[in-house]
Design a protein around this ligand. Sequence first.
Ligand SMILES: [Zn+2]
Length: 179
Amino acid sequence: MEGNLTRWLRFLGYNTRYAKDYESIYGSPVADDDLIKHCFLEHRILITKDREMINKFNKRYKNIIQKNPEIYLKFDITHFLTPCMLLNSTLFTENMSAIFQKFNIRLNYDSKIARCSKCNSIINFVEDKKQFKDKIPDSVYQNIDEYWSCINEDCNKIYWVGGHFKDILNKLAEIKDII
Ligand SMILES: [Zn+2]
C-alpha cells in the first residue's frame, strides 16, 4: 500500500501495515506472494494499485475466506468477502475518499485511538512532558503541554498538536468534500 495512505490510516486509528514493513523479514523488495500471504494471515484488507496482486490474492485466498467468514467477522467487514481494494487514482485525497466510500472509515482524528504514523504502534498520552524535554524542540516545549508518545521502544516518536495539525484537519475536510 502507498506510504502516504499508510501514515494517514494509522493517524486515524487503523492498524495498517506497509509493504516496506516486511523488508526486515524478506529483504527488499518484498515479493507479492509474501505480502499477500501476510495480508491473509494477519486478517488485513489488501489495498493496492496493482491489479495483478489483487488477482493473486483472490486466486489463492478468496475461497478460503468465503468458506470461513468468521475470519473477518471481528472487523465487521464480513460483507466484504473479498477484502481487497484496487486504487485507481494518483491523488491522495481521491484515494482516501474511495477507501472511505468502500469501508466507511472514520475521517475524524481521535487521539485516543490514533496510532504511530511511523511504526503503527499505539501512542499514549504523556502525563509529564518533562521526561521528553530533550526530544522536543524548545519553542514547542515552552508553548504546548499535551504530548503523546509511541509505546514502541525502538521508535518512541513524540506527537503534539502543533501548527501542522491545522493542515491535517484541512486535508480531512478536503477528503470529506469530494465524497
Ligand atoms: Zn512509533
